[in-house]
Write a protein that binds this ligand. Structure first.
Ligand SMILES: *Cc1c(COP(=O)(O)O)cnc(C)c1O
Length: 453
C-alpha cells in the first residue's frame, strides 16, 4: 500500500474508530496492524509483512482465509438474493443448512433458530428455556446456573451468566442474578496427575449436585462451554465433567445449554465438543466457525420437547417473540453450507487429527522455559501460562502486562499471537499443517527467548 495512504488511514482510525476489547490509549503511540489481505493461515499488512493467524481471527476461521469454494458460494448466492426477512419468508440455503445442522449435531437436537452472533445465540437459548418453563406449569423455574470462569458473550443476558470478573464485574448492577458453580480447572488443582483431575471433576460435580438438590425448583437451565472454557483462560477439562452435568441436569429436570459458539465445527478435534462426551444437550449454541469464520451467523438448536411447548394456537400467546434483522441471512447460510461441503469433500478432520497430534507433542517443548507451565491442548487449541515463579505458581503482577509484551514481540516474529492475560494460546485454523505448526512454535520460542522467559 502507498505509505501516504497507510498513514492517512491510521490517522483516521485513531480519530474515529473504537476497537473492541481494546484500551485505546495503548494505541496512542502504537499503530494497530493495518491488514490489507488474508490468505490461508496468513494475514498480510499494508507493508507486505505476513503474520500467522494463530487465533483464527478471533476463533472463527476454519479452512483458511480466502478459500475458493467459500468465495464461490458467496458470489453465487449474491447473484440470486442478498437479504430477505425470515418471518413469513424462507429460502433454500436457510432450509438446507437447518437440515444439515440437525444431521451433524448430537441426536435429539431437531429445531434450528437463527440469529447473527454468539451472544444472541446464547440469549435465545436463555429466553427459550425461561419461556419453556413458564409455559409448562413450572413458573418458578426462572434462574440459571453458570460455571466460574465461563464466558458466553457480551450482551447483558450473556454477561449475567458470565464468570470472568475482568470482563463482567463492572456491569453487575445491571444483571439478573444467577448461581455459580466451581470451574473444573484441572490445571490449577493441587494434584495435576490423572487422579487429581478425577478428584477435581468429582469435587466440581458434587457442587453442582448440591446446588440442584437445593434449588432445582427455581432453576431453568445450566449453561456450559463444553470441554474448553475459552475466554476464561483456555481451561481444558475432562469429558467426564460434561457427562456428569448431563446426568445431573436430567435427574433434576434442568435444561443443559451447551455453548459451542467457540468449540463447534472441528476445533477441538471432534465436530462438536459435546461429541467428546457423547452427550446431547437441550440447547446448543453455534456461531463463530459456522460460516467457516467468513459471515456473521448463529444458530440455537433445541429439542422437539422444547419446541412443542411453544407450538399452539395463536391465542394461547406461546409464540417465541424474538428475532433479529439479519436472522437467517441468505449469504451467511449459503456460506455455512459451503463450509459443511468442504468438511464432506475434503479430508478436513483427518488433517485436524494429524495436526492436533503434532501440536500436542510440540507443545511439550515449552516445558523447557523457566517461566512457562500448565501446558495443555485439545484439537487445534493449545495454551500455556506464564509465571513469574513456576515453582510457587507465582503470577506476574498484572501491571507488567507480560502477555501484551509477548503479543508485541510476536508481531516482530510474524505471529499474530493475542494473549488472554498471561495465557498464551493458539487457536489454529483447521487447515494448519504440521509444517506450519513447527514454524509457529519455533517463532514462539524466539518470542519467549526475547522476553527472557
Ligand atoms: C465468542 C463467544 C461468544 C460470543 O460470541 P460473539 O459472536 O462474540 O457475540 C459466546 N460464547 C462463547 C463460548 C464464545 O467464545
Amino acid at each position: 500500500m502507498d505509505p501516504i495512504r497507510k498513514q492517512e488511514l491510521l490517522r483516521k482510525d485513531r480519530q474515529h474508530v473504537w476497537h473492541p476489547f481494546t484500551q485505546m490509549k495503548d494505541y496512542a503511540e502504537l499503530d494497530p496492524i493495518l491488514i490489507e489481505r488474508a490468505e490461508g493461515v496468513y494475514l498480510y499488512d499494508a507493508d507486505g509483512n505476513s503474520y500467522y493467524d494463530t487465533n483464527s481471527s478471533w476463533w472463527v476461521n476454519l479452512h483458511g482465509h480466502s478459500h475458493p469454494r467459500i468465495k464461490m458460494a458467496i458470489a453465487r448466492q449474491l447473484e440470486l438474493m442478498d437479504h430477505v426477512m425470515f418471518s413469513g419468508l424462507t429460502h433454500p440455503s436457510g432450509i438446507e443448512l437447518a437440515e444439515q445442522l440437525v444431521q451433524i449435531t448430537p441426536p435429539g437436537l431437531d429445531k434450528v433458530f437463527y440469529s447473527d452472533n454468539g451472544s444472541t445465540a446464547v440469549e435465545v437459548a436463555l429466553k427459550m428455556s425461561f419461556q419453556y418453563w413458564q409455559q409448562s406449569g413450572r413458573e418458578s423455574k426462572t434462574k440459571f446456573v453458570f460455571v466460574e470462569n465461563s464466558y458466553h458473550g457480551d450482551t447483558l443476558g450473556a454477561v449475567s451468566v458470565g464468570g470472568v470478573g475482568a470482563y463482567h464485574s463492572v456491569f453487575r448492577p445491571l444483571l439478573f442474578s444467577a448461581y455459580s458453580v466451581p470451574s473444573p480447572n484441572v490445571g490449577t488443582w493441587p494434584d495435576t496427575s490423572e487422579q487429581g483431575a478425577h478428584a477435581c471433576v468429582a469435587h466440581c460435580l458434587a457442587a453442582v449436585r448440591q446446588r440442584l438438590e437445593s434449588s432445582a425448583g427455581e432453576i431453568a437451565a445450566l449453561i456450559i462451554e463444553p470441554m474448553v472454557q475459552a475466554a476464561g483462560g483456555m481451561i481444558i477439562y475432562p469429558a467426564a465433567y460434561l457427562q456428569g452435568l448431563r446426568e445431573l441436569c436430567t435427574q433434576y429436570e434442568v435444561h443443559l445449554i451447551a455453548d459451542e459458539v467457540a468449540t463447534g465445527f472441528g476445533r477441538t478435534g471432534r465436530m462438536f465438543a459435546c461429541d467428546h462426551a457423547a452427550i446431547t444437550p437441550d440447547f446448543m449454541c453455534l456461531s463463530k466457525g459456522i460460516t467457516a469464520g467468513v459471515m456473521p451467523l448463529a444458530a440455537t438448536l433445541c429439542t422437539t420437547a422444547v419446541f412443542d411447548a411453544f407450538y399452539d394456537d395463536y391465542e394461547t400467546l406461546k409464540t417465541f417473540t424474538h428475532g433479529h434483522s439479519f436472522t437467517g441471512n441468505p449469504i451467511a447460510t449459503a456460506t455455512a453450507l459451503a463450509s459443511l461441503s468442504i468438511f464432506e469433500d475434503e479430508p478436513v478432520m483427518a488433517q485436524v487429527e494429524e495436526s492436533a497430534a503434532y501440536l500436542r507433542e510440540q507443545m511439550q517443548t515449552f516445558g523447557a522455559f523457566t517461566h512457562v507451565d500448565n501446558i495443555r491442548s485439545l484439537g487445534m487449541i493449545a495454551a500455556f501460562d506464564l509465571f513469574a515463579d513456576k515453582a510457587s505458581k507465582q503470577r506476574y503482577d498484572f501491571t507488567e502486562r507480560i502477555g501484551f509484551r509477548a503479543y508485541q514481540a510476536g508481531l516482530q516474529e510474524g505471529l499474530f499471537l493475542r494473549p488472554l492475560g498471561d495465557t498464551l494460546y493458539y487457536w489454529l485454523p483447521l487447515c494448519t499443517t504440521p509444517k506450519q505448526i513447527k514454524d509457529i512454535i519455533e517463532r514462539t520460542h524466539r518470542v519467549l527467548h526475547k522476553l527472557n522467559m
